[in-house]
Design a binder for this molecule. Structure first.
Ligand code: SF4
Length: 282
């Protein structure tokens, strides 16, 4: 297969559809399409078949992918009892498992914490309940102690920003705005397979707006290097967000996930404001 794009940096395989929380900043709360919540707001409980998840790991490994791999998207990965086994399967194939969690399942399960710390290269714990700085510091101390043996990072509610589906909320750290004419690198960072097999173009593509089809019907290699995927990635590199309705209304800034450890928010904002509109971009 002609490799007309760089390899993705991270592989996301969403093992199941559910989350036990209902956070104001999370896109899943606002998607009542029947994918994660029904029109009545009821949770959809579905899982990716184990053989499909393993097949995707095999395919990624055969492509030569050796990067970070995770098992959540808009779902809580530790609600799935296969999580540790799946991370071990990823590791066996030369991939590097990491995970994000709200911590609720782990909190009272020391054996699970130990197994998770052994297999995941790093774990990002969402801290959503603290009331002040001293509670925040205490929560961090708690998780570093619980997950000894792995690198523990945090996602703090005080730093959340708007997403495509989330309305602006005054508790968010930034206003909601769009970036017409700016490039977007998000689609090159991750290959995302949702629990039902559908490929998401980026984390904002929750409702399959781009229609890349299912990893249950085609290999991830075929989808990643497909002519259409390559063309849209290149359009976004050129700053052509306006060609695609989802991108035109997208609040994700061009410099968002930099791959650099903990780039300062202020610096990121300054860099974003310095980005010039590419010549010829709409
Ligand atoms: S502009 Fe937004 S919706 Fe479009 S690819 Fe980038 S992050 Fe996704």
């Amino acid at each position: 297969m002609r490799r007309t794009l760089p390899m993705f940096k991270k592989l996301i395989i969403e093992l199941q559809s559910n989350c036990n929380r209902d956070c104001f900043f999370c896109s899943r709360r606002w998607d009542k399409s029947g994918k994660r919540l029904g029109p009545d707001g009821k949770r959809i409980i579905r899982s990716m078949p184990t053989e499909s998840a393993l097949r995707i790991l095999d395919q990624a490994s055969s492509m030569g992918f050796r990067g970070y791999t995770t098992f959540h998207l808009f779902s809580e990965p530790f609600l799935d009892k296969r999580i540790i086994e799946m991370a071990r399967e990823a590791e066996k194939r030369g991939l590097r498992p990491y995970e994000h969690t709200n911590g609720d399942v782990l909190k009272h399960n020391d054996a699970l914490c130990k197994a998770a710390a052994e297999v995941f290269e790093y774990i990002v714990v969402g801290l959503y309940d603290y009331e002040n700085e001293s509670e925040l510091a205490e929560e961090k101390r708690f998780w570093r102690q619980k997950l000894q043996g792995t690198r523990v990072l945090f996602s703090e509610v005080g730093k959340v920003t708007p997403r495509t589906l989330t309305p602006y909320d005054p508790r968010m750290a930034e206003n909601k705005k769009t970036y017409p004419g700016c490039f977007c690198q998000e689609p090159l960072l991750r290959l995302i397979v949702q629990y039902d097999g559908t490929i998401a173009f980026c984390c904002e593509d929750m409702k399959d707006d781009f229609g890349f089809g299912s990893a249950f019907d085609a290999s991830i290699e075929e989808i990643w290097y497909s002519e259409r995927h390559v063309r849209i990635v290149k359009d976004l590199k050129q700053g052509l967000r306006g060609k695609y309705p989802l991108c035109a209304g997208c609040p994700i800034p061009p410099i968002h996930h930099t791959g650099l450890p903990r780039i300062a928010r202020g610096l990121r904002r300054r860099l974003t404001s310095l980005i010039k509109k590419p010549r010829g971009a709409g």
